[in-house]
Design a protein around this ligand. Sequence first.
Ligand SMILES: *Cc1c(COP(=O)(O)O)cnc(C)c1O
Length: 426
Amino acid sequence: MTRYRELAPPPRTIMTPGPVEADPRVLRAMSYPMLGQFDPAFTALMNETMEMLRALFATANGWAYPVDGTSRSGLEAALAALIEPGERVLVPIFGRFGHLLHEIALRYGAEVSVIEQEWGRVFDPQQVIEAIDRVRPAVVALVHGETSTGQLQPLREIGAACRSRGVLLVVDAVATIGGVPVETDAWQLDAVVGGTQKCLSVPPGMAPLTYNDAAERKLLARRRIERGLRTPEGGEAQAARQIADAQAGMLPRERHIRSNYLDLSQLQDYWSPARLNHHTEMTSMLYGLREGVRLALEEGLAARHARHLLHGGALAAGLEAMGLQLYGERVSRLPVVACVRIPDGIDGEAVRALLLEQFGIEIASSFGPLKGMIWRIGTMGYSCSRRNVLLTLGALEAALLRHGLRLPAGEAVQTALQYYTRSEGI
Ligand SMILES: *Cc1c(COP(=O)(O)O)cnc(C)c1O
């Protein structure tokens, strides 16, 4: 006997910028029996997943596969692969995740230049292009959809400017992939990292990414001691000897070699037909990712993007009808996260707790300068539905009334219903 009861997570409506509700078909896929990682039945699933990821990222790139770990692992793997120590990297920052890119680039020894935009806005592409011409970086690292501020950075002009100057552009599309168009090839993005637990509605635990030939050339020709260091199957002993030899003539502070786990040159060998053994693939996660991407493609990317626009629009209209103010520049709003100002005199955390405890609905708080100032309400993936939007508006209204806020009762849900009727008429 154990005093622990059987696992029974409470049912929730998750309206945050991730992790969001997983599609039940994804959860079912993850419960299927195990396959060995080199079983041809499993490697066939890996190959199909790569093919489907190319469609998802809108790319003809040879490489499109997941890194095992949450989205941050993909960002770190991409930056580690593409930054030479001492190289100049430009990071335009317009929210929390820009700071993350900055931090990672510093860890890998880049000379980082940042430009910062006031939170709640994005960069005019021209500002970024001017900074590129001033800094002359080897790499630009930029967030596409900033979930901390609910803003969407246009990338096309920046992509073209980077390409014409021979600068590699690395994009964090964690929050946008599967919910908002991400055009890897058309926008000339060199490396793009997506996320699972946001608009794809797969549990957290993988970071699908893609990169082109220019990025691959750079990651294969990395700094001196890593050059030639490829761990062949079962070749850890040989790799250890190579590292030791390479380090012998170096000062201790020069001896750092980057992550083994996140080494894209080894990971791509594992995803290549050679299947050089690296770590054990997260087999059940791969089932989930494959099903999540399959469902996205089955829905159709254009239809899926339209669904996210529709429900994000209905939510925003309902929030405004309640008398609440949306935070941030309107034209560049990220359709999958509504940032809402917490009304004066209202305890944001108490309202969130009431929503969770009484209605089983989770909305998010915020970070840094926005903490206590805004709530963030996501409409992502499987959570992005009419039912969830209407329930959330009704519940938030009730919670705010309960906390003594005077508001035009009933307007929010009616406005959202009206929004849906009008959208159907188009
Ligand atoms: C959620 C998020 C991340 C981090 O993802 P993890 O899965 O938590 O590692 C990075 N960038 C953006 C824009 C995000 O929204």
